[in-house]
Design a protein around this ligand. Sequence first.
Ligand code: SF4
Ligand code: SF4
Length: 335
Amino acid sequence: MKKIIKIINVQENNVLDIRFWPTDICNYDCSYCFPNSKDAIYRYPKNVDTVVRNFRKLFNVYNEKFGKDTFYINLVGGGEPTLWPQFSYFCEHIKKEHNVRLQVTTNGSRTLRWWEENIQYLDKVVLSCHNEFVDLENFINVADYVYEQGKVINALVLMDAPNFDKCVNIVETMKSTSKHPWLIEVKTVVDSPGHDVGSYTEEQLKYMRMGLKRIPDGEWILKHMDQLVPFKSIGMFDDGSVKPFKPDDYISQQINNFYNWKCNVSIENLVISYDGKVTGSCQEEVFTNTNLNMFSENFEEEFNSEALALKPIICPRLHCGCTPDTHITKEKVQT
Ligand code: SF4
Ligand code: SF4
């Protein structure tokens, strides 16, 4: 059987992706929540001006070293990012000096009033739907409102194996009661203890194989084409063949063991976690100084010398467990 030997991210080279987890507090308590995602230990940074300044420093270093001039920041959880009290301030100020595209990935629990105040800062909204806690009526109203504002909106229904039928019903209710045809996608829950993606039945896997359950009309698609790439990376195989891979493909097909591969995570995709630590998006160390902290008053001085050491890393993990990470450029190291 042919084996995959290289993955090439289709994202442009001038883009740096950053996943920013501003808080570890959440108003939900999903049974499949990844461990330590919402423990309310760090809560959130209060020195928002320092945080904005440090982001700018990081942007400048990546620009000088790798030619990055476009920064996609995804304010995401675990933790519910919209609960960060400085969320609006951060979003407003981070765009002032750099080309920044802001996405929020949220559980969709905030009121319409909150969205009316904040939609101006956001370029893309992902509403993740968690079957155990969602207020479906509010969720649908919010999605309709975001769509009406002309933003890219994607409803992501987390398909929890024990509540699979309920999740399917949620998809159908969205389709039949929403005012607008925003995009609906289904997704496996994050591979976490007790929620092994290997536990889905064949029938459930078949349902999820076609991840898109509704796509907006043609006019909307044309307008947002640049943000709707149907596949995220190209896989190359040892027989010379290539194949495009869609967002969930590597995990759902269990082709996500890249142990010992050379991976570009340090150059393509970073994460800033609740405590301010900066790592590769899979939380592997990518800097020599493992204490680099985005919330620190000293970040500007400390990041100068560390940036020079940036290079691809050798993957130390048996599982690349998060969808965006699987699409980062990487290649098998010949032994
Ligand atoms: S909404 Fe997300 S962070 Fe909150 S409990 Fe559910 S899975 Fe965890
Ligand atoms: S786990 Fe990290 S280092 Fe390994 S392949 Fe995934 S992103 Fe790269």
